[in-house]
Write a protein that binds this ligand. Structure first.
Ligand SMILES: Nc1ncnc2c1ncn2[C@@H]1O[C@H](COP(=O)(O)OP(=O)(O)O)[C@@H](O)[C@H]1O
Ligand SMILES: [Mg+2]
Length: 427
């Protein structure tokens, strides 16, 4: 079958790498892609926001499956439009994508279905929101309802900071995303991401991952899209994974079906493992980036039949096999990221880096210029490795990074530290 993948980041490179390995695939295309993805398949200069153009391409190239990487096209209804044109697409419909595109929608769904989450209220004006904050006290969490590219959440240590966040959001600081605000209880614990495939009726657990959102070592510095990740996560024990399915994913799939918006695609549950048990921080309707990279490295089975089973409502009785190894990815970013940064600097040594045992390098933001690879984004490379332990995967990833010559790049040197410390102390 011919497959079209939509997206251009490291997540999509990992998906392209895994999909390209499937014997079911005749031709694989990616739009718009990047220089690394171009090594796996053919790039197409299509804008995923132009649904008519995507549909025309699918018809012309007899695409049997479209795989949607990022959330924005799903929230814009690309899966619905493709379905209306008779084209199978892996991803959430516009209605189902509300699980990510409206935090208030998800909180209400949790409340109605007894899914554990932080206590909250929804607001459409600043004055009542501030009253609520004063009543509840700090720390407290202020969230823009809509999609805000990772900038929509303020964990406020004081009432004054929460009030400032409320003013910023209602003042238009996040555009339409902040027209409604959710204010919720501060949860403490360890965060973990849990992934499951869904087919509208049922769900199949994938694996857990933990990412590092802060820019600098020791989880310091500004928030980013993610500076690294690893899988599996020690706090996601088999028992905790079972709870993630039974208490979060499956009730959500049932509720979405009952609402007439069956959930198909991958459901990403952001959990806080609190002293009272796991609680939902948020849902995303896509694979995490960079969590997807480590999941794809650990997945032994062919991904394509699983994606098709999600679209066809055939996940029941489906099974996936995983390598027992741990996987870890380190993001190399352009100096200045997540603030302003330069594009266009040359990256060398990628071939030698990829020779390190167990290493796979995915591109997140690169461009080919002649025979050179140049930086073309904030997050630029995902240096990934498999290992018997998280510690071994970490060692291999950094050995590869030490072979990369890119003066304008930086990375954290401590990705996976929590798991590596646990491995050390349990030895
Ligand atoms: N209720 C909460 N208590 C403590 N920390 C929170 C809470 N909600 C969110 N956070 C922190 O803020 C981060 C971003 O929040 P999240 O809801 O995942 O929004 P998004 O990923 O859309 O920016 C979380 O990963 C977590 O670290
Ligand atoms: Mg999040």
């Amino acid at each position: 079958m011919n497959i079209l993948l939509l997206g251009s980041g490291g997540r999509e490179h990992a998906l392209a790498w895994k999909i390209a390995a499937s014997p079911l695939v005749e031709r694989l295309y990616c739009a718009p892609g990047n220089a690394g993805i171009a090594q796996e398949c053919e790039l197409v200069a299509l804008d995923p926001a132009d649904h008519a153009a995507v549909i025309a391409f699918c018809c012309a190239q007899t695409i049997g499956l479209v795989v949607v990487g990022p959330e924005a096209p799903m929230a814009a209804g690309i899966v619905d439009d493709l379905a209306a044109a008779g084209i199978k697409a892996f991803g959430a419909s516009r209605e189902a994508a509300k699980l990510e595109s409206s935090k208030g929608f998800t909180k209400d769904l949790c409340k109605a279905n007894n899914i554990p989450t932080a206590a909250y209220e929804r607001f459409t004006a600043p004055a009542p929101a501030k009253d609520y904050v004063r009543t509840r006290g700090a720390p407290i969490v202020v969230k823009a309802d809509g999609l805000a590219a990772g900038k929509g959440v303020v964990v406020a240590p004081t009432v004054a900071e929460a009030e400032a966040a409320i003013d910023m959001m209602f003042g238009g600081g996040l555009g339409d995303a902040g027209a409604e605000v959710v204010i919720e209880e501060f949860l403490s614990g360890e965060e973990a991401s849990f992934f499951a495939l869904c087919d509208g009726e049922t769900a199949l657990a994938l694996a857990s991952a933990q990412d590092h959102k802060r820019a600098f070592d020791g989880d310091q510095g500004p928030n980013t899209g993610g500076m690294g990740a690893y899988s599996p996560v020690p706090v996601m024990t088999p028992e905790m994974s079972r709870r993630a399915m039974d208490e979060f994913v499956l009730p959500t799939v049932r509720a979405m079906k009952a609402m007439g918006a069956p959930y198909k695609g991958v459901l990403y549950a952001g959990l806080m493992i609190t002293a009272e048990g796991p609680k939902l921080i948020e849902y995303n309707v896509r694979f995490g980036d960079p969590e997807c990279q480590v999941l794809m490295l650990r997945l032994m089975s062919d991904l394509v039949p699983a994606l098709i089973a999600c679209c066809d409502g055939a996940l029941k009785n489906f099974d996936l096999r995983w390598f027992p190894d741990a996987a870890l990815t380190v993001v190399m970013a352009a100096k200045g990221y997540p603030g302003s940064y330069a594009k266009g600097s040359v990256i060398e040594g990628l071939d030698r880096a990829a020779e390190v045992e167990g290493v796979e390098i995915f591109h997140a933001g690169t461009k080919a210029e002649g025979d050179k690879t140049v930086a073309n984004g904030g997050r630029v490379l995902n240096v990934c490795a498999l290992g018997k332990t998280v510690g071994e995967a970490q060692q291999r990833a950094y050995a590869a990074i030490d072979r990369i010559r890119w003066a304008d790049g930086f990375c954290r040197r401590d990705i996976g530290f929590r798991a590596v410390e646990r491995e050390r102390s349990s030895r």
